[in-house]
Design a protein around this ligand. Sequence first.
Ligand code: RM4
Ligand code: MN
Ligand code: MN
Length: 430
Amino acid sequence: METGIPLELIAAENKKRLAALEDDYDALTRSLARRGIEIDPIKQRLKDFTVAIPSWGVGTGGTRFARFPIAGEPNGIFEKLEDCAVIQALGRNTPTVSPHFPWDHVSDPKELRDNAKALGLRFDAVNSNTFQDLPDQSRSYKFGSLTHTDKDVRALAVAHNRDCIEIGEKLGSKAITVWIADGSNFPGQQNLAGALDRYLDSMREIYAVLPGDWRLFIEHKLYEPAFYSTVVSDWGTSILCAQELGDKAQCLVDLGHHAPGVNIEQIVARLAQFGKLGGFHFNDSKYGDDDLDSGAINPHQLFLIFNELVEIEKKANGKSGLAYMLDQSHNVTDPIESLLNSAASVAAAHARALSVDRSALADYQKKNDVIMAFNTLRRAYDTDVTPLLAMVRYELGGAIDPIATYRASGWRARKAQTRKPPAPAAAGIV
Ligand code: RM4
Ligand code: MN
Ligand code: MN
């Protein structure tokens, strides 16, 4: 097991960039001060802010047409953790990993937990998977899992979720995220109300075994793989189900899981207003659930979401307990580089939202001064917060320039020597 990136290398790389960073940081400090905004409290908030890495995100992703693996990519959860440790060593805002079962199945969860600990990592929400059949599975999820018409299939899916909670407890997780692919491809295929009834019955059984300090996140998604109707398709269905289940059930917002043009920041505000916002899967998209890098397509939307989150945190005195995770598929980049960029994009949206002059904004809103309210937000969005993010990383022991430092480390080339070569990519539509 190789532990992260050597501190000496980070220090040597940082040395080349520190003077320029200090210069840029001082300029930003002065510019914010002129707007009446102190940089230090923002810096502290950013130091406390973390976003979880999805275990499945450190492997090369693919489309249903093909996957193009890269040499040195991780095989299995233990190697995936090694890559997560690299991301954390350089970026310093991703100390947790969100595992997916059965993809990350191991015979000894304690060994996995110890391994993560040795790498300076912890586990975040566990994710169940009832959208695929295991080779030796007794029943098939082809026509659904938690909502299947056959009670034996539902029982299998419930049991899997319960297993995930049990493993999660051994890993130190405090939440389970349930996303199901269930739905229908043809009008008439499924009784729409019946499917949701069955979902609720199954979820009640899962909820019943949740440990006292755990939460159950319901993740909705508009479509795919079901293309006519999806059982948990939108935030409305999600909040209704969360309300049916109880206090420990909350909604998880994956940014790619909405109809085009939907105002996601408003959904975020609504869910929080009714105590049902649990967490996020950050990614970006242009057309559907594209799972592109966070902030790559629409950084403004990410900023507006964080603008709501800063308000939500303020009302909750910083104790909202929201779970922040990335959920991306890296098809054409080195996943480590994409995840470093993405965690930084999320932090940048947060930093900009923290630099909004909130009392001025509230005042303009009250007076219906539309242009000045808009400009107050826009001013914060226009702020180049990169020196602030770099300073946060530097002060936490990370890299001023994470991607350059990662490349200088030669990590992937080294892993290509020692890790099992990737299996030949599947051909055709998969
Ligand atoms: C889904 C959803 C889930 C993720 C799977 C792999 O679209 O985003 O969160 O676990 O993909
Ligand atoms: Mn997701
Ligand atoms: Mn998704």
